[in-house]
Design a protein around this ligand. Sequence first.
Ligand code: PLP
Length: 399
Amino acid sequence: MRAIPGAWRRTARGAGLLGEDGSAAPTVFAEMSALAARTGAINLGQGFPDEDGPAEVLEAARQAIAAGANQYPPGRGIPDLRAAIAEHQERFYGLRLDPETEVLVTAGATEALAAVILALVDSPDDEIVVFEPYYDEYAACVALAGARLVTVPLRWPDFQPDPAELRRAVTDRTRLILVNDPHNPTGAVFARDVLDLVVELAERHDAIIVTDEVYEHLVFDGPHTPLATLPGAAARTLSISSGGKTFSTTGWKIGWVTGPADLVEAVLTVKQYLTYVGGAPFQPAIAAGLRLPDGFFTGIAATMRAKSRILGEGLRAAGFAVSRPAGSYFTVADAAPLGVEDAASFCRTLPARAGVVAIPLTAFATPERQDEYRTLVRFAACKRVDVLEEAAARLSRAQ
Ligand SMILES: *Cc1c(COP(=O)(O)O)cnc(C)c1O
């Protein structure tokens, strides 16, 4: 077969997608979703909701299409959405932003992350510090950018980093410290002293802080504390979020990045050559969502907390040890009490044995740290209550 040249190899290796023979293996997410489709199993693997978000938001998108919002929007995003993002940051966090220069709309948080990393990293010696296990895009984009990924492990069962390990990871080579809080895949919310230490280390080593806060409204015992609100942080922090998780519109891909004008400008220079713009009719709809009353936001956090509890109890009843998530869609369970030694093979046979799909935590870890997460499994709780209860019942029967 002819060789396929290009950066895709770096991406794939970064994301752990290459098979042992160097061929492109499917991601475990694709493999598990295909298994779910083939076996009719309940998909607690991929994190997408199985119910629609707020009717006002959906209706606003329909109206925008009918009203002709179907051509290229402005490069930074429509003014109304940028204003709504700035209002949201002030209303919830007291952060004041200039919507003209300090807010950029992106094709989901995914593009925001890619554009930030590509924009702000330029040497193979540059290091990007992330917490591990991590959202798989991080490693892929760091590899694509030709930089080095440095990871700080989060350990079962509370998944808070060891301050000494965090201190060791950040050096003068560190360009970015990327903090996903609330955290996917573990459901952790970082303790205040961890956030303080991130700011201290970023200042000492002149690193930029990048946050991924897509679960900002799914903190169970809120409120959420954005890193940008900590003393000294705002001037060196780019904050990323998205409407996907908050409004159950993961297919819309409306995200944003906010922060100092010069950093946002740098990100824009890359973003404009990735997608240029996107989601014209969804932008006003997400603006409407961001302006929903407080009750909507406290409501989705309470609902997700209740669903996580139901999932957690079900997993415990089925014999797993279960961590206690503080936010996000996800719950991590340890299958070791069930005699499992390898969660990856456990997850491959789970659809046939129990009719449930889940993701092994090793899918979110570097090759060097596979062993630390060997028996851990990520389950998504962003499903209807009857679906979660049925999944729990199936898992109990299967043991
Ligand atoms: C879902 C998710 C994203 C992607 O967000 P989009 O807006 O859908 O691109 C980014 N980061 C984390 C941690 C996620 O879970």
